[in-house]
Design a protein around this ligand. Structure first.
Ligand SMILES: Nc1nc2c(ncn2[C@@H]2O[C@H](COP(=O)(O)OP(=O)(O)OP(=O)(O)O)[C@@H](O)[C@H]2O)c(=O)[nH]1
Length: 252
């Protein structure tokens, strides 16, 4: 009887099959690993649904916070820590954080919450703005030039508060005052950076080099201005925060 000769190709075919199986298994493993890594990254990534209330001491942040969240007047004192609460605008639940204005505290709390900022309300006292313009501009410059802010670009509202007081400056005047002062602050900050050769600085240059500072030059970071009062001198329950509520509904 003739012996059936085994084809030498058979082993090669078997080997090829195994290679295909191993290839498919490796591909599946890589896909699965990618899905797991993406899922873990998404789970641990901070959700940007925060509204940060920033500004100097006594600008009215805590009163605004109480109005927005509880629709009531509260007696306030200089905040030593943040106030935190949740509110809903446009069917979106957002975290509202009132950051203390004190110079020694605001940096720490801003750093803690800046990564969740979807929007920032920078509250200022429109009565004392002329006197405080340097401090306001310096803090505002620090906030807007922070690398976390320039990369995530939250919507920014500069709220000219205390409009119930006759001496209060309107938002147009405040904007002009701030643009002039931001120009000076930018020169100081830039020369400070040059003299320290701080190449690791996390702050960005604001506006257009060689041109006077304008908020419009910060695009695509959008900075808007509005007016409000969260109480009247002799009437705690007379408020006007319509501009803020409209803006929040727009940006939430
Ligand atoms: N007339 C008037 N007074 C205001 C207004 N908003 C706040 N105030 C008063 O300003 C003072 C400071 O208000 P707060 O809300 O505590 O200020 P803040 O910005 O939270 O201050 P810090 O906690 O120190 O950062 C309080 O006496 C308020 O009653 C306003 O719109 N009009």
């Amino acid at each position: 009887m003739d012996k059936v000769k085994e084809s030498p190709i058979r082993d090669d075919v078997k080997d090829d099959k195994w290679e295909v199986y191993i290839g498919v298994a490796i591909s599946l493993f890589v896909v699965l690993l990618t899905v797991i890594i993406l899922w873990l990254w998404k789970k641990h990534r901070p959700t940007r649904n925060g509204v940060l209330l920033l500004g100097l001491c006594d600008s009215g942040k805590t009163l605004l916070f109480a109005r927005l969240l509880h629709d009531k007047f509260v007696s306030t004192y200089t905040s030593a820590r943040e106030n935190y609460g949740e509110a809903t605008w446009n069917d979106q639940t957002v975290k509202v954080v009132d950051i203390p204005g004190h110079e020694r505290l605001r940096g720490k709390f801003f750093d803690q919450y800046k990564n969740i900022a979807k929007s920032i309300i920078f509250v200022l006292d429109s009565v004392s703005i002329q006197k405080e313009v340097r401090d306001v501009a310096e803090f505002l410059y620090t906030v807007l030039s922070d690398s976390a802010i320039s990369s995530t670009r939250p919507s920014v509202l500069i709220l000219c508060n205390k409009q119930d007081v006759t001496m209060a400056k309107g938002s147009g005047v405040v904007k002009n005052l701030l643009e002039k002062e931001m120009n000076l602050v930018r020169v100081t900050k830039s020369s400070q950076l040059e003299s320290t050769d701080d190449s690791a600085s996390s702050n960005t240059f604001l506006g257009k080099a060689g041109k006077d500072f304008e908020f419009a030059h910060l695009q695509p970071l959008k900075v808007e201005f509005a007016e409000s009062y969260v109480r009247k001198l002799n009437s705690e329950d007379d408020v006007d925060i319509e501009s803020v509520e409209k803006w929040l509904a727009q940006v939430s």
